[in-house]
Design a protein around this ligand. Structure first.
Ligand SMILES: NC(=O)c1ccc[n+]([C@@H]2O[C@H](COP(=O)([O-])OP(=O)(O)OC[C@H]3O[C@@H](n4cnc5c(N)ncnc54)[C@H](OP(=O)(O)O)[C@@H]3O)[C@@H](O)[C@H]2O)c1
Length: 280
C-alpha cells in the first residue's frame, strides 16, 4: 500500500477505513476484523463516533502488533485544556493503545484563539510522543492560515468533505503550498455518486476500467494524492473498495471527474456549524 509522507516525516497509508455511523459493537468488531484481513492498515475514528472501545477490542483480537496499523481519532474543541487532555486520555484508553498515529481537531470554531487552545494540547501530546502526527478536520483556508500563525507545530493533515461534487481543488493547491496532506471524507457523497447527474460520467469511466463507480471515485482521490477513507460494513464492498488502490486513471479521466464539481456540500458547512464544541 502506498504511503503519504507527512511534513513531520511520519507516513500514512493512502487508503484507510472510515467508521462513522458504525457503532454497533458486533458490527464494529466484525468490520474491523474483515478489513484487517483484506489488508486495510489504517482506521479512522472519532470520539464523536462512539465506537472507539469496540475498535480497540477488535484491534486487540486481531493480534496485529501496534506498529502494523495506523490509527486516527478526532476530538472536538473545548475551552478548558484539561477537558481536552481528558478526551485524548479516554481515546487512548478506549483504543487500548499507548500512542495515536494521528489526532485531528474535528471541527473549527469561528474563534481562532479557541481553535489554537485545543490544538496546543495536541502539540503537547505530540512533543511527548503520545500522538505521532497532529492535524485538523473541516478547516477552510482562513481557519488554517490563522492556526499556522499561532502554531508551534504545523498541522500535518486537513481532513475535509471531498467527492466528485466538491473537488476541493483550491484547498488542495493551498495545502500543497503549505506541505499539509489532504484527506477526503464522504467520497460517495451520501449516495449521490451512484445516481443523477454524476452517474453518467462516472459509469462511463467505470466501464472503461472494468471497475465499479465506488472504485473509480476512490481511485480519483488516490490518483490526486489524496488520503481516502471510505466507510463500509459490507465485506464485499470493503474488499472491492480496497482494490481501488490498483487503478491508475488517465489525466483526462481525472479531469473529467474534477469537472463534475458543483461546489456541493452534503455534510455540514464548516463556516456555518454549531457542532464544533465538545459537550459533556
Ligand atoms: N471529519 C469529519 O467531519 C468526517 C465527517 C464524515 C465522515 N468522516 C470520516 O470519513 C469516513 C467516510 O465518510 P462517510 O462514512 O460519511 O461516507 P462514505 O464513505 O462516502 O459512504 C459510506 C456509505 O457508502 C456505502 N458504501 C461503501 N462502499 C460502497 C460500495 N462499494 N458500493 C456502494 N455503496 C458503498 C456504505 O454502505 P455499506 O456499509 O453497505 O457498504 C455506507 O453507507 C467516515 O466513515 C469517517 O471515518 C469524517
Amino acid at each position: 500500500m502506498k504511503k503519504i509522507k507527512l511534513n513531520d516525516n511520519c507516513q500514512i497509508p493512502i487508503l484507510g477505513l472510515g467508521t462513522f455511523k458504525n457503532n454497533d459493537e458486533k458490527t464494529v468488531v466484525k468490520t474491523i476484523l474483515s478489513a484487517l484481513k483484506i489488508g486495510y492498515r489504517h482506521i479512522d475514528t472519532a470520539k464523536a463516533y462512539h465506537n472507539e472501545k469496540y475498535i480497540g477490542n477488535a484491534l486487540k483480537l486481531s493480534e496485529l502488533k501496534r506498529e502494523e496499523y495506523f490509527l486516527t481519532t478526532k476530538i472536538k474543541i473545548h475551552p478548558n485544556q484539561d477537558v481536552v487532555r481528558k478526551l485524548i486520555n479516554e481515546s487512548l484508553k478506549d483504543l487500548q493503545t499507548k500512542y495515536l498515529d494521528l489526532v485531528l481537531i474535528h471541527w473549527p470554531s469561528h474563534d481562532h484563539n479557541l481553535n489554537y487552545e485545543t490544538y496546543q494540547v495536541l502539540e503537547e501530546y505530540y512533543e511527548k510522543g503520545i500522538i505521532k502526527s497532529i492535524g485538523v478536520s473541516n478547516f477552510s483556508i482562513h481557519h488554517l492560515k490563522e492556526l499556522i500563525l499561532r502554531a508551534k507545530i504545523k498541522p500535518q493533515i486537513n481532513q475535509v468533505e471531498l467527492h466528485p461534487g466538491l473537488n476541493q481543488l483550491p484547498l488542495q493547491k493551498f495545502l500543497i503550498s503549505e506541505n499539509i496532506a489532504l484527506q477526503s471524507y464522504g467520497p460517495f457523497m451520501k449516495g449521490n455518486v451512484f445516481t443523477g447527474s454524476y452517474f453518467d460520467t462516472l459509469n462511463e469511466i467505470a466501464k472503461k476500467y472494468d471497475a465499479t463507480i465506488a472504485q473509480i471515485v476512490i481511485a480519483w482521490g488516490l490518483n490526486r494524492n489524496i488520503i481516502m477513507i471510505p466507510m463500509s460494513t459490507n465485506p464485499i464492498n470493503l474488499a472491492s473498495n480496497f482494490l481501488a488502490k490498483n487503478i491508475k486513471l488517465t489525466e483526462e479521466d481525472i479531469e473529467k471527474i474534477n469537472n463534475l464539481n458543483a461546489g456541493r456540500r452534503v455534510y455540514t458547512d464548516p463556516d456555518n456549524n454549531s457542532i464544533y464544541l465538545y459537550k459533556e
